[in-house]
Design a protein around this ligand. Structure first.
Ligand SMILES: [Zn+2]
Length: 441
């Protein structure tokens, strides 16, 4: 069953079609196929040649230059400058005579400051052993305190429950936030701490919002137990990227884990973490619309995923290659530990400077022993993506393929165009979006 928010969203898309909304904002749309129109993209400086495709049957848009995508709510968020998705949703709902149901926990708020309270309690329980461990991972105590990293001690399943009770937090509200869970008991229900259930022993990383509140918590086992999960995400959490409230206009590093993002932040490089590679969704792309450069720096074993995500950001995406010396599972935090803060800072700057675009990285990834006649089949999505970017950038990458496989430039240009037309629905991070010719020819 769709949630209340989802059904309101569906209703808005019906009552306020994306095309109608865009026309009301003065956009010029051009039909380029059945159910497809193109327009200049407002998410980046789209000048002469429209790069944004609108799928009129799906009520969605996708810009093949900057990667922006979404529905009418995402568009309104950009054009009308709403702070977040929920605010835009409320405003659009009101404009078409709908109202969002109240009384249910909001997805973008820490109702009653429960998560903020929990983070405070866990920060108070940070012992010298955990501090020493974090110190070995490269994080000095002052930095740990600044980020309010905490500890849910072992064998204390009701530490937070009792603390929240002292702060007169209603049990229902605590349950709704996910920090408490219900455990079966003979005489009715029993509330237990989410991080303390099953023995506890978790370092707790809070995800800060712009206003200083906490919007999510993630636990990492300490010490590692034989049968306890290494990571614990709140049952109601993970709707955010870690530290997403800071996404700057200049550049940002996108990491896989929270400690990786913190490693960058330690040396003053803005960073956001996705909580594991599966934490990156379609909507995540839009978080970065104002960002000029997005450096994807996932762990070494997730390099291919880095390339795919960087390509979703179009020409703004970069793939950071971590040194092989870190080992197969190496990550940015390992790099910080190996090099120490001062050297890490320099090395990281160097890595960012030499980072290639997703397209470039994807070309490097193609096997050298690939037969030229297999290229089209092996690299259709790459060719289709190149078919959609501007002619100068496209030729830069096709030139690399030309050098690598000896295929004539004209043939490659044809192939890119062909791939763009041919791919009926190309897969971008698991969602199917049809590809149209953004040039409109
Ligand atoms: Zn765009």
């Amino acid at each position: 069953m769709p949630t209340a928010v989802e059904s309101v969203l569906g209703e808005i898309r019906e009552r306020l079609p994306l095309t109608k909304y865009l026309v009301s904002k003065g956009f010029k749309l051009r039909q380029t196929g059945r159910n497809r129109m193109v327009a200049l993209c407002p998410f980046h400086a789209d000048k002469r040649r429209p790069n944004m495709v609108i799928y009129t049957d799906e009520h969605r848009f996708h810009c093949y230059c900057c990667g922006a995508r979404g529905d009418v709510v995402d568009m309104a968020r950009c054009l009308d400058g709403y702070l977040n998705f929920t605010t835009a949703l409320r405003a659009l709902a009101a404009s078409v005579g709908l109202s969002l149901p109240h009384g249910r926990p909001q997805i973008s708020e820490d109702r009653g400051g429960i998560l903020t309270l929990a983070a405070k309690l866990y920060a108070e329980h940070l012992g010298s052993d955990v501090l020493a461990y974090l110190g070995r991972r490269g994080f000095p105590e002052a930095f740990v305190r600044k980020w309010r990293i905490g500890y849910a001690p072992q064998k204390s399943p009701q530490l937070l429950r009792d603390f929240l009770r002292q702060h007169t937090v209603a049990p229902e509200a605590a349950l709704a936030s996910g920090v408490l869970i219900e455990a079966g008991a003979r005489d009715g229900r029993l509330l237990r701490d989410f991080f303390g259930n099953g023995g506890g022993g978790y370092i707790v990383f809070p995800n800060p919002a712009r206003d200083g509140g906490i919007i999510d918590l993630q636990g990492r086992a300490f010490p590692n137990g034989s049968n306890k999960p290494k990571y614990l995400n709140l049952p109601k959490g993970r709707r955010y990227l870690f530290n997403e409230s800071i996404v700057p206009r200049s550049s940002v590093i996108l990491t896989e884990g929270i400690p990786d993002a913190l490693s960058c932040l330690l040396v003053d490089q803005p960073a956001v973490a996705v909580y594991g590679t599966s934490g990156f969704s379609d909507r995540s792309v839009n978080q970065f619309v104002l960002c000029r450069r997005i450096y994807v720096a996932f762990d070494l074993d997730a390099h291919r995923h880095s390339v795919e995500i960087a390509m979703q950001f179009g020409l703004r995406g970069r793939v950071v290659m971590l040194p092989e010396s870190l080992g197969r599972n190496g990550d940015l935090n390992d790099f910080l530990m190996q090099r120490g803060a001062a050297s890490f800072s320099n090395d990281l700057t160097q890595l960012l400077q030499t980072a290639d675009t997703g397209y470039g990285a994807a070309i490097n990834e193609l096997p050298t022993d690939l037969q030229p006649y297999d290229l089209f089949e092996s690299a259709t999505s790459l060719l289709a993506a190149l078919g959609a970017v501007d002619p100068i950038s496209r030729d830069v990458y096709l030139q690399r393929l030309h050098v690598k496989y000896g295929i004539a430039m004209d043939t490659l240009r044809d192939a890119a165009r062909e791939a763009l037309f041919m791919t009926p629905s190309t897969t971008f991070s698991g969602t199917s979006l049809g590809v149209a010719d953004p040039t409109g020819h």
